[in-house]
Write a protein that binds this ligand. Structure first.
Ligand code: C5P
Length: 242
């Protein structure tokens, strides 16, 4: 299984969000930072996947990148497992589901994937960060904090590999699950760059202190004049004292 390898490394992994509006711009970025492909993960989301599909994933894989397919599956258990199986066949290294799809759905996904000799890592989204507390409570009947904890436990018990969460919650989630339960955190501003529309941003030092496994960085890299130099700087910072 994929997980054996990274757990030994015990180092933050850098995941770059390919959020440019066109395939050409995403490929340009991927080419610019190709030198570091082995150390990098690329996050492919709805927009790129719907438009550019499996062929785009293959192009990125051929460059040597690890791929995180961010499609946040949410459906009935069997449909989710069918989708997970197709995602595994694409050969991506990691994808995600919504924890709120429930225990049965997550277990069905894992049962299906565990039939593969080599399967992608599976993460659960606990609470979308776009929710206000009030809006969240209307839908889920509880505070974001309580429910995120519950969802993390539920995902762990269902056999998933980890969760997507805020960098501020990583340590707590590991405490209530397991230290090897993966945390992947968006909203990272490696060196305190402009937050944009993110509300609670964290830098690399905070991610380290919170034992985060994967940091997702979008704009601070793809909007930089020199994405390659920026990636190098982030990777060097990650290596410091580790
Ligand atoms: O540009 P920036 O670094 O803010 O990009 C963060 C990436 O992580 C975007 O692709 C965004 O959609 C994604 N994301 C997030 N918050 C979540 C889940 C995903 O920012 N809770």
């Amino acid at each position: 299984m994929e997980n054996g390898k990274w757990k030994m490394e015990n180092k933050i992994k850098l995941c770059i969000a390919l959020d440019n509006p066109t395939k050409e711009e995403n490929l340009k970025l991927a080419n610019e930072i190709k030198e570091y492909a082995e150390d990098l993960w690329l996050k492919v989301g709805f927009r790129s996947y719907i438009r550019d599909g499996a062929e785009f994933i293959n192009e990125l894989k051929l460059m040597g990148y690890n791929i995180f397919l961010d499609l946040k599956l949410y459906d009935i258990p069997n449909t989710m497992a069918d989708a997970a199986e197709e995602i595994a066949k694409l050969g991506v290294n990691m994808f995600n589901v919504h924890a709120s799809a429930g225990s049965k759905a997550m277990k069905t996904v894992m049962d299906r994937l565990n039939k593969f000799e080599k399967r992608p890592l599976v993460l659960a989204v606990t609470a979308l960060t776009s929710f206000s507390d009030e809006e969240f409570k209307k839908i889920y009947g509880d505070s974001i904090e309580n429910r995120a904890k519950e969802f993390a436990k539920l995902s762990f018990e269902a056999g998933l590999d980890g969760v997507v969460c805020s960098a501020f919650e990583s340590k707590m989630i590991k405490e209530i699950t397991d230290k090897n339960f993966i945390t992947l955190t968006p909203g990272i501003r490696p060196f305190g760059e402009d937050a944009g529309d993110q509300t609670r941003v964290a830098d690399i030092d905070l991610a380290k202190a919170q034992n985060v496994d994967f940091i997702v960085v979008g704009r601070p890299v793809y909007k930089d004049k020199n994405p390659k130099a920026k990636v190098e700087k982030i990777l060097n910072k990650i290596k410091e004292n580790q």
